[in-house]
Structure formats: structure tokens, C-alpha cells
Design a protein around this ligand. Structure first.
Ligand code: UD1
Length: 418
């Protein structure tokens, strides 16, 4: 497994281009299975999760071609409806195959998606939604089989605005007879991007981005082209990195509205954040403590919580971070403590007493965002930090160390001899 060696203390300076959003790319790739034809997707990031999704689509019978920032998916011959367990375990987003294949073939068999270091991640809301559309769901021996001779439009009320459940139900409902309403739907920008992709294919969806989505089922879908939206979490990560290293960074290819929850918090902490054109300019200084509560969009993203905690570890004063989305998302705390952070956990709350400096240590990434938080901590720590299990970070950041190096960071990847 690869590692990063980071020598802290250099403020980040320069320009960085943000890649297409992982969390928009994965459901859009799955949704391309709905269309008997060839879809072209642009701004596709080169990530481990994207490579896994390509493997799954190929196994389902699709032809997949990749180029730089580009993916062509020809789903003319989709025949298989069973995703092998090893790929389901590799990545939770493999669950998107359910809605897409149910819509296309009327049958799909998957195992429960991979366990996850950030706490229990059930799929009950996905299954309830698909059942409401008329799918018969059978759960046996760790597998879920969903079958429907014909899907029919329905009124689905989600107990929680789950991003994945909203997207899965949208994909299946596109091919249902009649109208589906998803109420208490997730409002994340990635849900809107999926709506835009599906509508370009001929779907009739309105309301994504609000809490009610209306989907009028259609019989035919057509090949299309689509450019994925910029990754607001990668952007947020670089914004936090610029602020906490007291740097001066311009981020290109961002949608400022999507990063506003993070920008507002950074301003409150004392950083300067300005929007200009299709970019954001962040200038850091010694930051002040701020309180943060993670919430569904447009609240503060849970996917930015670990990075924000790394930043608050060196802010002046005491901050409280409340995690409302994933109950167990504090795995990075022990590792940050090894670097000298003063953090106490009480249930869903973390109390962080800012210290002047962190100190470099050997730490382990337990998941994607926890891992990148340790990289950010390493950028401001005294001496060297060794971050192990970088493969978690590779799931969601394209060329992280190259981008950081271009901004002046001292970071090297040590490749495991394979
Ligand atoms: C998506 C994102 C992930 C992000 C999360 C929350 C993708 C590929 N991943 O994950 O990066 O952290 O949104 O913004 O887009 N829940 C249930 N039952 C369900 C589904 C969800 O109880 O059937 C719960 C989860 O355990 C969690 C909460 O709902 O506590 C939110 O999960 P959800 O919005 O579904 O997250 P994901 O779609 O898995």
C-alpha cells in the first residue's frame, strides 16, 4: 500500500484545477445503463472508484472506453443483472446499479455494499423506494434480489434525505409507468446533475435540488453527452488547505454556490474567500475557532468534516464540531491526536482546543476523507508526517500529491513494491 511523506510548514500558493465530481460521476455512469446506446461523459475524474464502476459496467455487458477526463459507455448489449460480491464490497456506490438495472432489465441481484469505516450505512431507504415502485425485494444469504415485470409510478417519502436512495429511486422511476414523486429528497448538487443527465437522455424529471422530485416515466431513452459538475468536496479540501497553511490559492473549475457552506465557515474563521469568474480565491491567516454542524445540503457537508477538524486543530480557541450524518465518523480523531491535536469526543460532538502547531507523526488513513484530513494536518505539522493506506485517498482525489506539489507542498508518494 502506498504512503505519503509530507514535510510541513510551506504555505500553499498558486492555481489548482478542480476535477469533475466523483459523487456525480458514479451515479451518472450507472445511469448510462438505462439507455440502449452509447453515452459520452466528460470531466470524469481518474479515480479508483471510477475504475471499479467501469469494471462493474463491463461485467453487465456494456462496452466502456476511457480517455483523459472522458468515458464512453455503450450499453446496447446489457444482459447480466448480477454484480459480483467482490466489486460490491469494493465500493458502496456499486449500489447505484440497482436502480439502473431494474429500470433497464426489470431484475437485479447484488450483495450488500462494502462495509465502511464511517459507520453503518444501511440501504433500507433504497429498497423501500424501489419496493414502492413495484419491485419485489428478496433478501437472502447476504444478497438482495429486486424484480419487477413492470415498474409503476408511486409516491415515495424518504425518512431521511438520503443522496444514494434519491438517486437510485430516480433511475428506476424514469422507466416506470406513470408519475413518481420523491418527497424529502436529497437536494445535493450531484442529484441535480443526475437529473440533467437523465433529462438529456429523454427522461422527464423536475424538481431535483428541491425536496420534491417529480419523475414522469418514459418508454424510450436515447444516447447523450454530458459534462460532470466540478467536485465541491475536492474544492472544499483545497480551500481548507489554503486557509490553514496561511496560503494564497486560486481554484479553477468550481461552482461557487456549491462551495458556499465551506466558504462561509472559512470567512467566519478569518480567511478571505472571494469568487471571481469560474474560480475561487482563498487567502489564509492564523484562523479563529468556529463551530460546525454537518447537515444535508445546503448545510455543511459531512464529507468536509474531517478536513475541517484538521484545520480547527490549529485554530485559536475552542471549536465544537457536531456530526449529524454519520454517527461513527470520527476515526481521524485518534490519528490527529497522535499529531498533537487536542480533541475530545462526546457522542456526536467533538470539542477541539486549537494548538499553536501540530507535530509530524506516522498516521493511518482509515477512509477517504479521514485520510485527506491527515494529509492537510501534515502540511502544517512540524517535521515529517507519514500517512499510510493512501489507497483510501486515491478513491476520491485525482493526482492529490501532484496538485499539492504544484502549490509548493513538500509531499512524496512512496509506492509499495508490487
Ligand atoms: C453520499 C455520498 C457520500 C456522502 C453522503 C452524505 C455518494 C457516492 N456518496 O453517500 O460521499 O458522505 O452522501 O452526504 O454520493 N441511510 C439510511 N438508510 C439508507 C440510506 C442512508 O439509514 O437506505 C442513512 C445513512 O446511514 C446516513 C444518512 O442516511 O446516516 C445519509 O446517507 P446517504 O445520504 O444515503 O449517503 P450516501 O448516498 O451513502
Amino acid at each position: 500500500m502506498d504512503r505519503f511523506i509530507i514535510t510541513g510548514g510551506t504555505p500553499l500558493k498558486g492555481t489548482v484545477r478542480i476535477a469533475g465530481a466523483k459523487n456525480a460521476t458514479l451515479p451518472i455512469m450507472a445511469a448510462s445503463l438505462l439507455c440502449p446506446g452509447s453515452c459520452q461523459i466528460h470531466e470524469v475524474p481518474d479515480l479508483r472508484d471510477v475504475r471499479v464502476m467501469c469494471e462493474i459496467l463491463k461485467l453487465m455487458g456494456a462496452q466502456v472506453e476511457r480517455g483523459k477526463g472522458y468515458c464512453q459507455i455503450d450499453a446496447w448489449n446489457v444482459a447480466s443483472c448480477e454484480v459480483p460480491e467482490n466489486l460490491m464490497r469494493e465500493m458502496r456506490s456499486s449500489i447505484f446499479i440497482m436502480g439502473a438495472l431494474l429500470g433497464r432489465l426489470g431484475r437485479v441481484k447484488v450483495s450488500y455494499p462494502g462495509g465502511c469505516a464511517i459507520g453503518p450505512r444501511p440501504i433500507d431507504l433504497h429498497l423501500k423506494g424501489l419496493a414502492a415502485l413495484g419491485a419485489k425485494i428478496t433478501e437472502k444469504h447476504g444478497y438482495v434480489l429486486a424484480e419487477a415485470k413492470e415498474l409503476r409510478g408511486s409516491d415515495v417519502h424518504l425518512d431521511f434525505p438520503s443522496v444514494g436512495a434519491t438517486e437510485n429511486i430516480m433511475m428506476a422511476a424514469v422507466r416506470a409507468r406513470g408519475i413518481t414523486f420523491i418527497r424529502n429528497a436529497a437536494k445535493e448538487p450531484e442529484v441535480v446533475d443526475l437529473q440533467n443527465f437523465l433529462n438529456k437522455m429523454g427522461a422527464k424529471i423536475r424538481g431535483a435540488g428541491t425536496d420534491t422530485i417529480k419523475i414522469e416515466g418514459v418508454t424510450d431513452l436515447y444516447p447523450t453527452n454530458h459534462s460532470v459538475i466540478p467536485d465541491r468536496i475536492e474544492a472544499g479540501t483545497f480551500m481548507v488547505a489554503a486557509a490553514m497553511t496561511q496560503g494564497d490559492v486560486y481554484l479553477e473549475n468550481v461552482i461557487a454556490e456549491h462551495t458556499e457552506p465551506v466558504a462561509a465557515k472559512l470567512r467566519e474563521a478569518g480567511a478571505e474567500v472571494e469568487t471571481s469568474g469560474e474560480g475561487i480565491h482563498v487567502t489564509g491567516r492564523r484562523l479563529k475557532a468556529v463551530d460546525v454542524k454537518t447537515l444535508p445540503y445546503p448545510g455543511y457537508p459531512t464529507d468536509m468534516q474531517p478536513q475541517t477538524m484538521a484545520m480547527l486543530s490549529i485554530a485559536e480557541g475552542t471549536s465544537v464540531v457536531i456530526e449529524n450524518i454519520f454517527i461513527n465518523r470520527f476515526k481521524h480523531v485518534d490519528e490527529l491526536r497522535r499529531m498533537g491535536a487536542q480533541i475530545k469526543i462526546e457522542g456526536r460532538a467533538a470539542v477541539i482546543r486549537g494548538v499553536e502547531r501540530l507535530s509530524g507523526a506516522c498516521v493511518e488513513a482509515s477512509d477517504l476523507r479521514a485520510g485527506v484530513a491527515l494529509v492537510l494536518a501534515g502540511l502544517v505539522a512540524d517535521g515529517q508526517t507519514l500517512v499510510e493506506h493512501v489507497h483510501h485517498i486515491d478513491r476520491g482525489y485525482e493526482d492529490l500529491e501532484k496538485k499539492l506539489k504544484k502549490l509548493g507542498a513538500q509531499i512524496e508518494r512512496i509506492q509499495e513494491v508490487r
